[in-house]
Design a protein around this ligand. Structure first.
Ligand code: GZL
Length: 336
């Protein structure tokens, strides 16, 4: 459990001043405009959250962004939102800008795991709590952030491996797998690869014959799958770290005159609408869900941090898996 006392100390001092009748002329009530954080004085119940987003590289990311923006609006918080276009230097610039603007809380989804200690120390020195969402950092100093709210990507990789191992448990010959990795150095790419390998290592027939980053995008996923198909005539399975790369790969597979989901089995991660559509058509055989709707949980953590409440150091999001049949049933009710 972690506490962040700076804001609660300020709040209790403000409340005691108000009780002593020394409060500001507006008695801390604040008008709608002041509550929006758009005026010089800010009522104690208006919170400014600085959020640095990875980019807009995938359907998952767009759904994640919408969830955060809608939830911040719902909570009445002032959201300062920055899109880093998948560049770490842009995220670091955004975090420094939030520190200069003295936001109440900083949150971000780190595009890669490494290289954050310096800017996180600057936030800590400025007394601004930081909440990690979606992706983790590899900082050894866990006092640099309050919590990491997001999926267990290693478990997602294991789920993908478990389905494949079950499918080929009686295989007598080699099963050739190609892998489309997510963004190089990112937590989801590193962990989904680790979890998958850990499980399929139980069956020596399951062989990864090629593995390369498609950077979580459709365009790159298609391009790399084209190269895989040129180099290997005997591909049995594609494991894609997200739906967007799988959807790009499907275009390449079909252009090569092969049937996705039949000639080449496909496993993917995310379960965004377009991926679930492809799964319902049998073009993707198994999808591991990675829930992007982190907004409501994030705003709850922001409020707890501002109120000086204890927060779990690790909050894992709930998620499931879908076969083609299950995807067909679930598709009408999907939110993203
Ligand atoms: C996972 C998230 C990944 C998604 C991709 O939590 O970081 O980034 O799986 C997205 O679709 O680009």
């Amino acid at each position: 459990m972690k506490k962040f006392g700076r804001i609660s100390l300020v709040l209790s001092l403000t409340l005691s001043m108000m009780m002593l009748g020394a409060c500001s002329s507006n008695n801390g009530g604040g008008t709608a405009e002041e509550n929006s954080g758009n005026s010089g004085t800010k009522s104690t119940n208006s919170i400014t959250l600085g959020f640095s987003q990875v980019g807009a590289e995938s359907g998952w990311r767009s759904a994640n962004t919408k969830s955060i923006q809608d939830s911040a609006k719902e909570a009445g918080y002032t959201l300062k939102f920055s899109d880093a276009q998948q560049k770490q230097e842009n995220q670091i610039k955004a975090l420094r800008s939030f520190i200069q603007q003295k936001v109440d809380v900083i949150s971000f989804s780190p595009v890669v795991e490494s290289g954050w200690d310096t800017v996180l120390k600057e936030a800590k020195d400025a007394g601004i709590p930081v909440i990690l969402t979606d992706r983790a950092v590899d900082s050894k100093d866990t006092s640099l952030y309050v919590t990491f709210l997001g999926s267990d990507f290693v478990e997602e990789g294991r789920k993908a491996g478990q389905w494949l191992t079950e499918q080929y448990k009686d295989a007598a010959e080699d099963i050739n797998i190609v892998e489309l990795q997510g963004t190089t150095g990112s937590a989801p790419a590193n962990d989904r690869m680790q979890g998958f390998k850990e499980v399929i290592s139980s069956n020596p027939n399951l062989k990864i014959i090629a593995s390369q980053t498609g950077d979580f995008t459709r365009a790159k996923g298609k391009e790399v799958m084209q190269a895989f198909l040129k180099a290997h005539k005997d591909i049995d399975v594609l494991y894609a770290h997200n739906d967007d790369m799988a959807l790009g790969a499907i275009q390449a597979i079909e252009a090569a005159g092969l049937k996705p989901g039949e000639d080449i089995k496909i496993i993917s991660v995310d379960a965004v609408k377009d991926g679930m559509q492809a799964a319902s058509e049998g073009k993707i055989n198994f999808i591991v869900e990675c829930n992007p709707l982190l907004g409501p949980q994030l705003m709850k953590v922001v409020q707890d941090v501002v109120d000086g409440k204890s927060v779990e150091a690790r909050i894992v999001t709930e998620e499931t898996t879908f076969t083609s049949e299950e995807a067909k049933e679930a598709l009408p009710n999907r939110q993203y």
